[in-house]
Design a protein around this ligand. Sequence first.
Ligand code: PNS
Length: 162
Amino acid sequence: MRRAVYPGSFDPMTMGHLDLVGRAAALFDELVLAVLHNPLKRPLFTVEERMALLKESVRGYDNVRVDQFQGLLVDYVRTHQISVIIRGVREVSDFENELRMAQMNRHLYSGAETVLLLTDPRYGYISSTLVKDVAMHGGSVRGLVPEPVERALASKFPPRTE
Ligand code: PNS
């Protein structure tokens, strides 16, 4: 069985993430979405909230499941018999960062390949950070995030009504 992991902060999941999930799920027998639990960061959504939003958003995919991890990604990959790490690339600066991470992961553990998928141009400008900024200031995030995430953001930051 070919099992891949798509790791990330997913704080929160965007349409770019969701598009990548669909494309990666078609390439592998099983795709695990692994939410990073980083005690040093102060995310908007807790790990449990992020996992719940991911689960709701990917409900249509039979071979996708959601998990969390702490510590090194390669340790998670090794213990869960995962052979591929999926990451998305929107632009050149993403690529530079992903290249460094992939090479560091390979240095630490050579049993998994990193596969970079290019973001669909429709979603190239979307990031979790920008989405939170827009929502925080009362703007609409419709079409930028899956519907469950839109509702969760609206409950944290009520949208402007005018
Ligand atoms: O969604 P993000 O924040 O861009 O995801 C980054 C992530 C979670 C893939 C990366 O920070 C990570 O793998 N962190 C785990 C710690 C680790 O393994 N670090 C060394 C490898 S570069």
